[in-house]
Design a protein around this ligand. Sequence first.
Ligand code: DI6
Ligand code: FE
Length: 405
Amino acid sequence: MWDSLWLGHVATMTAGGGPYGAIRDGALAIKAGRIAWLGAQSALQDQPEKLATDVFHMREHWITPGLVDCHTHLVFAGDRAGEFEMRLNGAAYEDIARAGGGIAATVAATRAASLADLGAASAGRLKRLMAEGVTTVEIKSGYGLELETEKRMLAAARGLAGDVRVRTTFLALHALPQDYKDNRAAYVDLVCEEMLPALADAGLVDAVDAFCEGIGFSAVETEQLFAAAANKGLRIKLHAEQLSDTGGAQLAARYQALSADHLEYVSEQGIAAMAEAGAVAVLLPGAFYFLRETKKPPVEKLRAAGVKLALATDCNPGTSPLLSPLLAMNMGCTLFGLTPEEALAGFTREGARALGLLGDIGTLEVGKAADLAVWRVKHPAELSYWLGASLLRARVFAGRAFNDA
Ligand code: DI6
Ligand code: FE
């Protein structure tokens, strides 16, 4: 006897079959939190009610894998709406910096916030993601720039797990703290030699990330971090080629990165290196939109090279205050030219791959975790089509059904 049986159209999102890996009039059975059986309703051996304790008739609605938001900075304190308003009132960047704005403002607010404050502020944001079907979220640190606050951010992120799976990334090189502004090398050493080992030994780090950029950290500094991560046996991810080409994608590929993210300015060599290494390209249209960037990531070239394309919200207070995966999917289509199927794959199968979790989640297959989203749509393309609709009918995490739409 199965614990539950879900009946509806099923987009398995497995690659290589038909569009969306779809099974029309399908059935998905769950036992002990895992997918126990999957197929056409017509292939069920008995009446549904005789096969499972709970039967959910979703009729014409679509069942997909639970969404995977594989790149967020969800844990932070405060917001930067005031700065947004100042800019639109004509304030110059220097005015904002002088008023203590920018990333420094988020660092100050985050350093001042307790674990409970951080958890509460972030839980509200996570709720919005879950209301759009998210069952796995990656959360980065990076607004502490010193050990205790980075640790508190990662602990707050881990504390959000429960009805959702959380993976934590130590965003080790994000910005240079004020007190190290004349001593970059000392800060990079501190991060690599003290902060990373301490956080890893505390068991708070699933992966390591950096902001490799003209206004962030150089490829040489980033490589020092990657070597330290490799020493600790940790996989890496990288903010690469968002605002300029610094060779981050090649560097990430050389260190067998799970993903390189943003990539608006990635070069042909960067694409080739990523393809060779099997690194996922995580596209972040929210930041592209919010910064009014005009250079698009080279989607056609990435596709042609066989690089897998994930999509994520990049939720952060400075460049992507975006709490809607479905809007990110729409932006992936309208701004970057993804197909609706690629957009959904980007938030399921490829998002899972970008976290190294594809063996367990990201597609609907027997044996994988029973993480599902059920949508009030007649075709899965609607998920990328509507702007601001409320489409989630049910969310299932590890076999348990929630009504958090
Ligand atoms: N990429 C970004 O766009 C930001 N961080 C990063 O690594 C900006 C984060 C912020 O301004 O708060
Ligand atoms: Fe980011």
